[in-house]
Ligand binder design. Structure first.
Ligand code: SF4
Length: 150
């Protein structure tokens, strides 16, 4: 199965301090209760995120974006690793949002930012001080949830 995305957009809030090109990857297997993105669960949905396509988009946004975010995709570790390396080679930062509590070290080595943890409605997202989810700056090792608090 090839890695696919259902949405591509430039975002500013998901990775504080960065202008980020974000890809919603289809095929999530975590199965959080109350997930707001159940339409992205089928792995066959969306367009193939090939290295060639990503290269074209990175060229298109050169000088405009500072980071690329993958909303999921850790269930394709080899393909995701390749895409992360491609982004790093362009001199951009990388971020992964995962519903898991941990990921492979090989992926971490290619990431600058990592959001960990499943969606739990009663704990809320990163903007909630009681959230179970953690936003980690992997270059400093610091948890930076406070950047999402108003
Ligand atoms: S990790 Fe995200 S997309 Fe996957 S089930 Fe949980 S909330 Fe939904």
């Amino acid at each position: 199965m090839r890695i696919r995305y259902s949405e591509e957009q430039v975002v500013w809030l998901e990775v504080p301090g960065e202008t980020t090109l974000a890809y919603t990857i289809t095929g999530c297997t975590v199965g959080c209760r109350g997930c707001h993105s159940v339409e992205t669960w089928p792995a066959h949905r969306g367009e193939i995120l090939s290295e060639r396509y990503l290269a074209a988009q990175l060229a298109r946004y050169r000088g405009l974006i500072t980071c690329v975010l993958f909303l999921g995709g850790e269930w394709y570790p080899r393909q995701l690793l390749q895409l992360l390396k491609q982004v790093k080679n362009e001199g951009l930062k990388t971020c992964l949002y995962t519903g898991l509590e941990s990921i492979d070290e090989s992926l971490k080595e290619q990431l600058d930012y990592l959001k960990l943890g499943p969606w739990m409605a009663e704990r809320g997202g990163l903007e909630n001080r009681g959230s179970n989810q953690r936003f980690i700056n992997l270059r400093t090792g610091m948890t930076e949830n406070y950047k999402f608090w108003s």
